[in-house]
Design a protein around this ligand. Structure first.
Ligand code: TXA
Ligand code: MG
Length: 338
């Protein structure tokens, strides 16, 4: 048991966080996407502590975070030409690229795979911590396995109090959903997890962008799981969430008929639930606002004691695809098409 300390983002705090990481401990760190649980990616014992703190299955690999491009050399055996182009365009930023791993990355970090996901965050505090630690930092999202990703230090504290020595409080995350995860196949990019870097953005690098089946569908028995994270139930609040795919008018009409007085409506704007008297959670009208607020909203349902949530359906393009992908999992793939 630790007495979990909240640290700031000043130089002293960053040095304290880096010392803990060098000493083989796990620290909660802010990034532009969501908070991470960071430890030295080279240190097997430290990485095991991450899995223990989260209650994460050992076969679900961790993303390795770097602070400058040259750090990648010792971590992978090959940098595909497309990866180099993507790095040029989207790093530092919310993009994780899967590449063949070098022997320096322990199998504990890669979940037993011979590949590793690498990301260079744009968050200045995250980069300062990596630099001060002097090692690449393995970091999954800082939630307990199965609960929504944390977008504030308070979310991390709620899940990790007593489990880790410190959390660096860098304020609310700007993006709000986890990084885009991609892999490479001959001359194509395969999207494994949508994020702030959208399909449309990736198409500026190559037209050849394949959206993996697991992004929009529940993978059945025997399906090829290209990213272990797809197998697990994710982001789920205790409430039963159902996505209502239709216009604002259709949403109103549907809820008037079907929503109970105690249910909660997750909408984009007040206008979406204008004729409805239930409790409302408002995400915002743009994809970006919805991404920023989604995980806080999902966490809020538990605090509200919500049993049933009816949610408007995000757009399936741009950053909306990332919001839809996370919400689908929170809703255990329950969607009603109107
Ligand atoms: O934005 C983010 O990516 C955050 C921040 C902290 O950087 N991290 C994050 O990590 O979301 P995590 O562990 O919660 O999600 C990583 C996802 C998992 O679904 C995992 O299965 C997949 O990426 N992944 C990691 N390495 C992989 C690999 N070598 N091959 C396939 N999938 C991989
Ligand atoms: Mg996660």
């Amino acid at each position: 048991m630790f007495e979990t300390k909240l640290l700031g983002t000043d130089e002293n705090s960053i040095n304290t966080a880096a010392e803990l990481i060098r000493a083989g401990e796990v620290v909660g760190i802010p990034t532009e996407t969501v908070y991470g649980l960071g430890a030295n990616a080279f240190d097997e014992d430290a990485v095991r502590k991450i899995f223990a703190a989260k209650g994460r299955p050992a076969d679900n690999p961790l993303i390795v975070h770097i602070s400058s491009f040259d750090e990648i050399e010792s971590l992978v055996t090959e940098i595909p030409a497309l990866a180099e182009k993507c790095a040029e365009k989207f790093w530092a930023g919310p993009l994780t690229m899967i590449m063949p791993k070098s022997d320096r990355i322990p199998l504990v970090t890669s979940g037993g795979l011979d590949t590793v996901g690498i990301r260079m965050p744009s968050n200045a505090t995250a980069r300062a911590i990596i630099k001060a630690s002097g090692c690449p930092i393995a970091a999954p999202s800082a939630n307990l396995s199965g609960s929504p990703s944390p977008t504030t230090a308070q979310h991390v504290f709620k899940d990790m109090n007593g489990r880790i020595p410190a959390i660096v409080d860098g304020g609310a995350c700007g993006v709000g959903v986890e990084s885009t995860v991609i892999s490479f196949e001959s001359d194509a990019i395969r999207l494994l997890r949508p994020g702030f870097i959208s399909v449309e953005d990736l198409k500026e690098v190559t037209e050849n962008v394949l959206v993996d089946k697991g992004v929009l569908e529940m993978l059945g028995e025997g399906a090829k799981v290209r990213s272990p994270g797809m197998k697990y139930k994710h982001y789920a609040p205790k409430a039963e969430v159902t996505i209502i795919d239709g216009s604002s008018e259709q949403f109103n009409a549907f809820c008037r008929k079907n929503a109970g007085a105690e249910d909660v409506l997750m909408v984009f704007t007040e206008e979406d639930a204008r004729e409805l008297s239930q409790r409302k959670t408002i995400l915002g009208s743009t994809d970006e606002e919805q991404a920023q607020h989604l995980f806080d909203a999902l966490r809020g349902f538990d605090d509200m004691g919500a049993k049933k949530v009816w949610a408007r359906c995000p757009r399936k393009t741009g950053v909306g695809l990332a919001v839809y992908n996370r919400l689908l999992r929170a809703a255990a793939f329950r969607v009603i098409h109107l």
